[in-house]
Design a protein around this ligand. Sequence first.
Ligand code: HEC
Length: 192
Amino acid sequence: MSTPTQDPNEPPKRPHVYDGIEEYDNRLPNWWLWTFYLAIIFAVLYWFTWYSAHYGTSNEEHVNKAMAQLEEAQLAALSEINNETLWQMSQNDGFVAKGEEIFMSTCVSCHGADLKGGIGLNLVDHEWKWGNTPMSVFTVVTNGSPDKTSGMQSWKSQLGPEGISQVVAFVLSHHTPEEMASATTLNTPIGQ
Ligand code: HEC
C-alpha cells in the first residue's frame, strides 16, 4: 500500500492505494443520499403503522378474517342446529353481524336496541321465560311463544332457519354458556 498521488486539479483521493487502484473521495450524490434517508424514514413509518399503531390490516388479521368467513360458511351449511352449534355461531363475527342486522330491523321495536325489553322480554337478564338454553331461544323464535295471550308470533316464515340462527347467535353473543346455564327459567325449557 502506498500513498496516492494527488493532482491539484482532481477531486481529493482516499488515502490508500491497493494494487495500484486509487479511489476518489467524492461526496455521495444528493439523489443517493436522499434515497437513503427516505428509505430510513419510510422504514420507521412503515414499522409504526403496521406494528405499533395497527393502522391497516396485518397478515394475522387477514388470516383471522378469512378463517372466520370459512367458519361462517361451515356453520351456515350445518344441517343440525343444537346448543353447541348455536354457541359457536354466537362467537362468529359474521353470524353475529348478520343477526344484529335482523334484530335491529325485526325485533328492536319490542325488545329494544339494548335488548332489555319493553313490549317484549328482556333478553340480556338472567331470567328466561321459556328456557335458559340456546335451543329454547331458537325454538321460541321459530315457533313463537307457547303462551298465546301474552305471546310472541312465530318468525319462521319471515326469517327462515338461517335468519333465525343468525338472530339467535346475536342474542347469545350477549351471554356465556356458564352464565346462561345458571340463569333462572320460569317454565321447563321448550327446546333442548
Ligand atoms: C311485537 C313485539 C315483538 C317482536 C317484534 C319480537 N318479540 Fe320476542 N317477545 C315478545 C313478547 C311479548 C315476548 C314474551 C312472550 C311470552 O310472554 O311468552 C317475547 C319473547 C321472546 C323470547 C323469549 C324470552 C324468554 O325469556 O324466554 C325471545 C328469545 C324473543 N322474544 C326473541 C325475539 C327475536 C329474536 C325477535 C326478532 C326476530 C323478536 N323476539 C321479536 C314480543 C316481540
